[in-house]
Design a binder for this molecule. Structure first.
Ligand SMILES: Nc1ncnc2c1ncn2[C@@H]1O[C@H](COP(=O)(O)OP(=O)(O)OP(=O)(O)O)[C@@H](O)[C@H]1O
Length: 765
C-alpha cells in the first residue's frame, strides 16, 4: 500500500463530494459578496460624511482608506478564492479546514476559510508521506467562475510508507494540470500548488540572508514572490513602513512577473532592475562584456573615491600657482598656498562626504579672503565681521569660480561624466585608485553618451561619497518629525475613538493615518515614497537572477538594506556576466561573512525531461559538478536539431510556422546571440522584440525574438535556439546556451548553420 495515494472516487461518490464542496464554496462566495457590499456602502458613507473640523476630516480619511484597502483586497480574490482543503485528525473526530487566498469568517465569527499564508494553512503545503503533519487527506478543489468542477484527493496513510512517491509531490494532479497550460507571457501565482521544498523557502524567517539556489525552472522566482507576499502578511507592521524591494534582471522580466503580487493582494512592493536603482536614471542598455567586467569590479569603488579626491585641489594643482589669487572688486586677494593646503587637509580629515565638507572649505577660505581684503584695503582685521565679509565676497563670480576650482559642488553624474570623457584625468585617477592604467581607457566615452546599467552602481557609489550639503534639509526634517509625532498622537486618538484601532489586520495604524493626512496632493504609498528616494532603506530585499550581479551592484543593493534581511535567488550555473557570481559565499561574504543560509530547489517544473537531458550535457561544460534539476514532467516532445541551409531569412519563418502549429495556443521564442539578433529580427518581421512587448490590453505577442540577456528568467512553450555555435564562442557561452535551452516548457528546436557542436550531440542521435 502506498503511503499517499491519489484517491480515485467512484463517479457517484465524486458527484456527491463535488456537491458538498460546492455548498461550502458557495457559502464562501456569498460571504465575500456580503463583505464587498458592506465595504462599498461604508466607502460611500465615508465619502458622504459632511463634517467639518480637523478630527472629523481625519476620521473620514481613516474610514475611506480602510474601506478602499478592503475593497481592493476583496476584488483581487475572485478567481480561486478557495482551492484546497485539509482533513485533520483530532481525538474527537476529523476537522475539515479550507485554504484560500484570504481568510474569511462567517457572521458567527467562525473561520470558514484560512489564508494560505497563515500558520493553520501550512500542512496543506508541507505535509509529505514521511511527515503528514497530522493530516489525513489533502484535497485540491478545481473551481472555475465559482463552480466546483473537479477534485483531486491525496490520502495519507502514515502506516504504509513505501517508495510510492519518489518526489513527494504535493497535489500531483493539480500541479500537472497547472503545468500543462500554455504560456501567456505573464507569470501567474501558484498558491494552489506550492510544493513542500518551495514552502520552506516561502516561510523562512525574515532576518538574515536566505539564498535560494536552484537550476532552471525550479520555481525560484515564483517562490520568492510568494515569499514577499508571505512576509508582508506575517510581518506587516515592520514591512509596511519600510517596504519590500524586488530587484530583477531586466524590464521585460519585471513585466513578466508583475502580476504575481497583485494577484496575491499585495501592491506595496517596489520592483526595479539594477539600472533603475538610482531615481532619475533609467539605464536599460548594458556595456559590452569587457567594459561591464571592469565597471563591476570592486576596484571601481576605489576609482570613484580617487575621482572625488582628484577634484579636491590645491591652488598649485588647480591654477598652476602656489597661492590662491582672486580678482575681486577690491583688487587681487591672495591666500597663501600653505594656508589653503591646511584648510583642504583639515576638510579631508573631517571624513565627511565631499559636498558636506565643501561647506567647511568654503567658509574657511572666504574668511581668509576677507582677511586678505582687509589687509589690502589697509583696514584692521575684525575677526567677528569675517563671516559677514566672506558672505559678501561669495556674491562675486570670480570668488565662487576660484573656490569651485578647489573643491567643487559635485553631482554623481558630473563626476562620472568628467571622468569618462577626459583621458588625462582618467589615467591620473586610475593610477591613484589602483586601476590598471592599460585597462582604464576602456572607460572612455563621449560626455553626452547615455548611462549604461553598469554605470548605475557607480553613480550610487558616487552619490554615497559625495553626499549633499543637507544641513537645511535636516533642519526641515527635524521640524517635520516633531510635527509628525504630534499628528501621530492625534491620529491614535481618532483611531481609538472610531474603534478602528482594534482592527490591526487592516493595516491601518496611527503612523500610516498621520502620513496619509499630511501628504499634500494625492497621497503616496510606501512603495512610491521608497522608489523616489535613493537613500530609502527597505525592510526586506529580494534579488532575482542574483548570479548576474557584479560586486559593485551588490554594494548598491546592500546599501538599501542595512539590516541584511534578504532573499537572494539564482543559479550560479546560469551566470552570463563575466563579473557575476561563481559562488554565493564569495559574492556575499563581504557583507555577512559566512552567515548565509542556502536552500536548494531540485525539481524543474518548466522543462520536460527529454529537453532537460540535452541541457544537462551543456551544463556539464558550463558548470562542471553542478547537478541538473530533475524534471517533474517525464514525457514531452523530442527536441530536434535543424540544419539551416538558407540562413535565418530562408529557414526561420518556416520553423516558426511549424512550431506555432505544433503548440496550438502559446508562445514561441527565437533566441539568438547579440551578434545575430538583428538578422534574426529582420527574418521574422512579425515577431516582437521583448522591449516592445507592451500590449495595452495586457496581451503578449505569440512570437518573440530575444537575446539571452532578455530571455533570462522567462519561459515559452516552444524555443528555437539559433546558431548555438555562435553562442558557445562567447565568454560564458556554455552558460548562455544552457539558459536558452531551458526556456522551453514544451518544445525545443536548435537551428544550426555549421556542424552541430559536440556538446549537443544527443540531438543527432
Ligand atoms: N509549485 C508550482 N506549481 C505550479 N507551477 C509551478 C510551481 N513551481 C514552479 N512552477 C512553474 O514553473 C515555472 C518556472 O518557475 P520559475 O520561473 O519561478 O523558475 P526559476 O527557478 O526562477 O527559473 P530560471 O532560473 O530558469 O529563471 C513557472 O511557470 C512557474 O509558474
Amino acid at each position: 500500500m502506498s503511503s499517499r495515494q491519489q484517491d480515485d472516487l467512484s463517479p457517484s461518490a465524486e458527484k456527491a463530494a463535488i456537491a458538498t464542496e460546492q455548498a461550502r464554496v458557495t457559502a464562501m462566495y456569498e460571504r465575500l459578496d456580503d463583505l464587498r457590499a458592506h465595504t462599498r456602502e461604508r466607502l460611500a458613507e465615508a465619502h458622504l460624511q459632511e463634517r467639518s473640523g480637523y478630527a472629523a476630516l481625519m476620521e473620514r480619511e481613516a474610514r475611506s482608506y480602510e474601506q478602499a484597502l478592503r475593497h481592493a483586497r476583496f476584488g483581487a480574490v475572485e478567481e480561486g478564492l478557495c482551492f484546497g482543503r485539509i482533513d485533520i485528525a483530532h481525538d474527537d473526530g476529523d476537522e475539515a479546514r479550507y485554504v484560500g487566498r484570504i481568510g474569511l469568517r462567517d457572521t458567527e465569527h467562525e473561520t470558514i476559510l484560512v489564508d494560505w499564508r497563515a500558520p493553520a494553512a501550512r500542512p496543506f503545503y508541507a505535509a509529505t508521506p514521511g511527515s503528514p503533519e497530522g493530516i489525513v487527506r489533502r484535497r485540491h478543489l478545481r473551481v472555475r467562475h465559482r463552480r466546483v468542477i473537479g477534485l483531486d484527493d491525496e490520502v495519507f496513510d502514515p502506516d504504509g510508507l513505501t517508495e510510492g512517491d519518489r518526489r513527494q509531490l504535493v497535489g500531483e494532479a493539480a500541479l500537472m494540470a497547472s503545468l500543462a497550460r500554455g504560456r501567456t507571457g505573464r507569470m501567474g501565482d501558484i498558491v494552489a500548488t506550492i510544493q513542500a521544498e518551495q514552502d520552506r523557502v516561502i516561510r523562512a524567517r525574515l532576518s538574515g540572508i536566505l539564498v535560494v539556489q536552484g537550476g532552471p525552472g525550479t520555481g525560484k522566482t515564483v517562490a520568492a514572490l510568494h515569499r514577499a507576499a508571505y512576509l508582508l502578511y506575517t510581518h506587516r507592521s515592520v514591512l509596511e513602513r519600510r517596504g519590500v524591494l524586488v530587484v530583477g534582471p531586466n524590464p521585460t522580466f519585471l513585466r513578466y512577473i508583475g502580476d504575481v503580487l497583485p494577484s496575491l493582494g499585495e501592491t506595496d512592493v517596489v520592483m526595479r532592475t539594477v539600472g533603475e536603482l538610482v531615481p532619475g536614471v533609467e539605464a536599460t542598455i548594458g556595456d559590452d562584456h569587457e567594459v561591464a567586467a571592469l565597471k563591476g569590479a570592486p576596484v571601481m569603488a576605489d576609482l570613484v573615491r580617487a575621482a572625488i579626491q582628484d577634484r579636491q585641489r590645491s591652488p598649485e594643482r588647480a591654477f598652476g600657482e602656489p597661492d590662491l589669487r582672486v580678482e575681486t572688486d577690491a583688487g587681487t586677494l591672495v591666500v597663501p598656498g600653505p594656508t589653503c593646503d591646511r584648510v583642504l587637509a583639515t576638510a579631508r580629515g573631517l571624513r565627511l562626504e565631499h559636498n558636506v565638507a565643501r561647506k567647511y572649505v568654503v567658509d574657511r577660505l572666504l574668511r581668509e579672503l576677507a582677511r586678505a581684503e582687509s589687509t589690502l584695503l589697509g583696514r584692521p582685521v575684525d575677526e567677528e565681521d569675517l563671516p559677514h565679509a566672506g558672505g559678501r565676497l561669495w556674491q562675486e563670480d570670480p570668488v565662487r569660480e576660484a573656490l569651485d576650482a578647489l573643491w567643487p559642488d559635485l553631482t554623481p553624474r558630473r563626476l562620472l561624466r568628467d571622468l569618462y570623457s577626459d583621458r588625462e584625468t582618467l589615467l591620473r585617477v586610475a593610477e591613484a585608485g589602483g586601476l590598471d592604467t592599460e585597462r582604464a581607457p576602456l572607460l572612455l566615452r563621449p560626455a553626452g553618451a547615455p548611462w549604461t546599467v553598469e554605470d548605475v552602481p557607480l553613480l550610487d557609489e558616487a552619490a554615497e561619497l559625495l553626499g549633499r550639503d543637507d544641513g537645511a534639509e535636516r533642519a526641515r526634517r527635524r521640524r517635520e518629525d516633531a510635527e509628525r509625532a504630534e499628528e501621530e498622537r492625534y491620529a491614535q486618538g481618532v483611531l481609538e475613538l472610531t474603534g478602528l484601532a482594534e482592527d490591526p489586520a487592516e493595516g491601518l495604524d496611527a503612523a500610516l493615518l498621520a502620513d496619509r493626512h499630511r501628504a499634500p496632493g494625492p497621497s503616496s504609498t510606501t512603495a512610491e515614497r521608497a522608489a523616489a528616494d535613493r537613500r530609502w532603506t527597505y525592510g526586506h530585499v529580494i534579488v532575482d537572477e542574483a548570479q548576474e550581479l557584479s560586486p559593485m551592484a551588490w554594494r548598491a543593493v546592500m546599501r538599501r538594506v542595512p539590516t541584511r534581511s534578504l532573499t537572494v535567488v539564482g543559479d550560479v550555473a546560469q551566470t552570463g556576466s563575466t563579473v557575476g557570481a561563481r559562488s554565493w559565499r564569495e559574492a556575499l561574504e563581504p557583507y555577512v561573512g559566512d552567515k548565509v543560509y542556502v536552500e536548494t530547489l531540485r525539481v524543474n517544473y518548466r522543462t520536460p525531461a527529454p529537453i532537460m537531458e540535452v541541457a544537462a550535457d551543456v551544463l556539464r561544460v558550463a558548470a562542471p559538478g553542478q547537478e541538473a534539476p530533475e524534471s517533474v514532467r517525464e514525457e514531452g516532445d523530442p527536441p530536434r536539431a535543424v540544419l539551416m541551409g538558407n540562413g535565418p531569412k530562408g529557414d526561420l519563418p518556416g520553423l516558426v510556422a511549424e512550431e506555432l502549429d505544433a503548440i496550438g495556443e502559446g508562445r514561441v521564442a527565437v533566441i539568438a546571440s547579440d551578434a545575430s539578433i538583428s538578422e534574426v529580427a529582420e527574418a521574422l518581421p512579425e515577431a516582437a522584440r521583448p522591449a516592445a512587448e507592451r500590449g495595452r490590453d495586457g496581451s503578449t505577442p505569440s512570437v518573440v525574438v530575444s537575446t539571452i540577456t532578455e530571455a533570462k528568467g522567462l519561459e515559452f512553450d516552444s524555443v528555437i535556439v539559433v546558431r548555438p555555435e555562435e553562442l558557445l564562442a562567447r565568454p560564458c557561452g556554455a552558460g548562455d546556451l544552457y539558459v536558452a535551452l531551458t526556456r522551453a516548457t514544451r518544445r525545443l528546436t536548435v537551428a544550426h548553420e555549421i556542424d552541430l557542436p559536440e556538446v549537443l550531440g544527443r540531438l543527432n542521435a
